[in-house]
Design a protein around this ligand. Structure first.
Ligand code: ADP
Length: 161
């Protein structure tokens, strides 16, 4: 019974994240998506909004659960009895930070491994930051985000713009 914990800010979730979750759901008995509060990153969406949007997007995948967390990642992984931390690797640019993070987490708990998956090539260049940049200037990002994220982006940016 292997459980994967997939942490991130998900501000907002993209189809790249969902693609990764679908792949992981086939490999692991359970996938727990952990939405980090991350107030220091000044997220566009609240923790509750980010969790809700992900819940709708993964509705229908039986072995996936979404939770919010604001403690140390490795502590949350232990609380959830997860076996591995799941991270997505897009381009080479992700590698250095992910390598540091994996090493730090191994130092904090040598019993928990980090697993990396890559998304479909069509999402390999996608990031939440890019989505927000394009959407804030009125660009159409509907091919890259779940429907409810699209609605939320429209709501936020039509209010501001
Ligand atoms: P963080 O603030 O932890 O980087 P993100 O929400 O940006 O949070 O990303 C969470 C995880 O999802 C990270 O492992 C990241 O590499 C991965 N990820 C982000 N965008 C994509 C994508 N387009 N395809 C696959 N994985 C992705």
């Amino acid at each position: 019974m292997a459980i994967a914990f997939y942490p991130g800010t998900f501000d907002p979730a993209t189809l790249g994240h969902i693609d990764l979750i679908r792949r992981a759901a086939k490999l692991f008995d359970e996938v727990i998506v952990g939405v980090a509060d991350n107030q220091d990153k000044s997220p566009l969406f609240t923790l509750v909004e980010r969790v809700e949007m992900l819940e709708v997007a993964v509705n229908g995948i039986d072995n996936v659960r979404v939770i919010g967390f604001n403690n140390l990642l490795i502590d949350c992984v232990r609380e959830q009895n997860a076996d591995t931390i799941l991270r997505g690797l897009r381009a080479v640019s992700d590698f250095e930070y992910e390598f540091q993070l994996a090493a730090m987490n191994r130092h904090l708990d040598p019993g928990i491994e980090t697993t990396f998956l890559t998304p479909s090539e069509s999402y390999a260049f996608l990031s939440s930051t890019l989505i927000k940049e394009v959407a804030s200037l009125g660009g159409d990002v509907s091919d890259f985000v779940p429907a409810q994220v699209m609605k939320a982006l429209k709501r936020v940016y039509s209010r501001n713009g």
